[in-house]
Design a protein around this ligand. Structure first.
Ligand code: P5A
Length: 479
């Protein structure tokens, strides 16, 4: 049966809001705009996604930490470009009880200026470097654009931020490459396709030398920035005077990088694999990997339930996360719908006829394809299904996105494509800021930047000024 994707593709915003609440992921009705509640099922998905990131970071020499939430205004302003950019985006604490604070505190919008004063205390010599830290926290940004659950929050409740310190510019540059590689592995692991682009000067992180960003394409033809990696050079080190003693005894400023993925890293998975029936979770992050639903006939309830219990215990022993749905008040059909909406990748149905034949019926959530397997082989069957679903979700999402990346040689073609929300458009560009701005204005879309993920440079003439192009740049409608 072909999977329906009308609502997913036709009204993605509504689909996303509905699915979050109906599948028990996030309740966005909290009485503060831009704040939401991770519900029990959503929290479990969040935990599984975070575990992948934690493992990647822990295995590459990053140490998890937890820094304070409040930033004195003086610290936030210490790196000028950073302070200026974030000042208007902060929530400010002005009072302690009835007393007005002498220096107001910002709720962290990100933590470069929280971490810097401590790095100054901790880093003494080259032996302390490199230092690679990360934390998973909530950050606060007074977003003025339309807020959306998970995607654009004012309380960003799952902000995974890494901050690294190095002795040389080259090492910081290498760290940026490592971080891009880690994020690629993360998104590959959850089957989310992406483009990696170097943001133009005017869209880099405030205080950075440059920013490399991951973007995914949403079903409505807009891109969503799902992660960023920044080379901060010595900007924060100089602003906070963070130095180290080199091997020959001189004092040098350190070099730093930072990189982050927010709850959007979770939203990305839900968006990439959704359909009209709800979400479809890759088995690795599904809180429930297999839902077992008895399909009893009158008089056979006991035997059917017993077979379901046996299958559940076999799968649990093999390490799968299994839910045995014995709710008496729901029909099997209601249960199928319930688990489909929640994206449980594999469903096992057992009825009296299956029982008589010593088989189970296994249904894939992504394709709804059904197969019968002998009960004795149920563990091997689930393993095969889980692998196939993982690979197919990734491959289908990848194909879907690649079919929506267009390479054209004129502004007119780019404009037409973007007007009909066709996807991501690549055009040759000389790389001058003036042409970049002009391109954005003409096509009425966001310049994502030069690709960081295609090795061969594209020859051609800049679509704006006609001079030799450096490479293609990507443009797209953006969230
Ligand atoms: C890198 C980590 C930083 O803040 N400091 C520490 C750096 N970068 S960033 O680009 O500003 O943010 C990192 C990622 O967070 C997501 N994001 C958001 N997600 C949900 N709601 C928001 N309001 C929001 N703002 C940013 C983006 O995906 C961004 O790439």
């Amino acid at each position: 049966m072909p999977v329906k994707r009308q609502k997913w593709s036709e009204d993605f915003g509504e689909w996303f809001r509905d699915v979050l609440i109906n599948a028990g992921i996030m309740d966005y009705r909290y009485p503060i705009k831009g704040s939401g509640v991770w519900m029990p099922y959503g929290f479990k998905i969040r935990r599984n996604v975070l575990q992948i990131l934690r493992d990647l970071l822990d295995n590459t020499g990053h140490d998890e930490t937890l820094f304070p939430l409040l930033i004195p205004e003086t610290s936030l302003a210490q790196e000028a470009a950073h302070g200026k950019s974030f000042e208007g985006e902060c929530f400010w604490v002005t009072h302690g009880g009835f007393e007005r604070l002498k220096v107001r505190y910002a709720l962290r919008p990100t933590s470069e200026t929280v971490i810097a004063p401590m790095l100054k205390l901790w880093i003494r010599s080259h032996a302390d470097l490199p230092m690679k830290l990360y934390q998973v926290v909530n950050v606060f940004r007074h977003e003025t654009k339309a807020t959306r659950p998970i995607i654009r929050m004012r309380e960003v409740s799952t902000f995974k931020e890494a901050h690294t310190c190095h002795a040389t510019s080259k090492e910081a540059e290498e760290q940026v490459n490592e971080a891009v590689g880690l994020y690629k592995r993360f998104f590959d692991d959850v089957g989310v396709p992406y483009c990696v682009s170097r943001r133009p000067e005017w869209d880099k992180f405030a205080g950075a030398l440059y920013t490399i960003a991951f973007d995914m394409l949403c079903p409505d033809g807009r891109v969503l920035q799902i992660g960023t990696v920044h080379n901060l050079g010595q900007n924060f080190a100089k602003a906070f005077n963070i130095t180290y003693e080199t091997k020959d005894g001189s004092q040098e400023h350190i070099w730093t990088t930072s990189y982050g993925i927010s709850g959007r890293g979770i939203a990305a998975v839900l968006i990439a694999h959704g359909d009209d029936n709800g979400i479809v979770l890759p088995p690795k992050i599904a809180p429930i990997q297999v839902a077992i639903v008895p399909v009893p006939y009158k008089g056979k309830e006991k035997e059917v339930n017993k077979a379901c219990i046996d299958v559940a215990s076999k799968l649990k022993d093999a390490g799968y996360r299994v839910e045995l749905d014995l709710r008496a008040e729901l029909t099997p059909g209601n249960k199928f719908y319930y688990w489909e909406l929640r994206g449980v990748p594999i469903r096992i149905e057992i009825g009296p006829r299956d029982l008589a034949n010593g088989v189970v019926t296994i249904v894939r959530r992504d394709t709804f394809k059904k197969q019968t397997w002998t009960m004795d082989d149920v563990v091997a069957a689930v393993q095969t299904f889980a692998e196939e679903i993982t690979n197919d979700l990734k491959a289908n999402a990848e194909t879907w996105m690649r079919e929506r990346v267009y390479r054209v040689n004129s502004l007119a073609e780019a404009k037409t494509l973007l007007k009909r929300k066709a996807g991501i458009v690549e055009v040759p560009c000389c790389g001058k800021d003036k042409c970049g701005h002009s391109l954005e204005e003409t096509v009425e879309a966001r310049l994502l930047g030069f690709p960081e993920d295609i090795t061969e440079k594209v020859d051609g003439k800049c679509v704006v000024c006609g001079e030799q192009a450096v490479n293609v740049v990507r443009v797209a409608l953006a969230y």
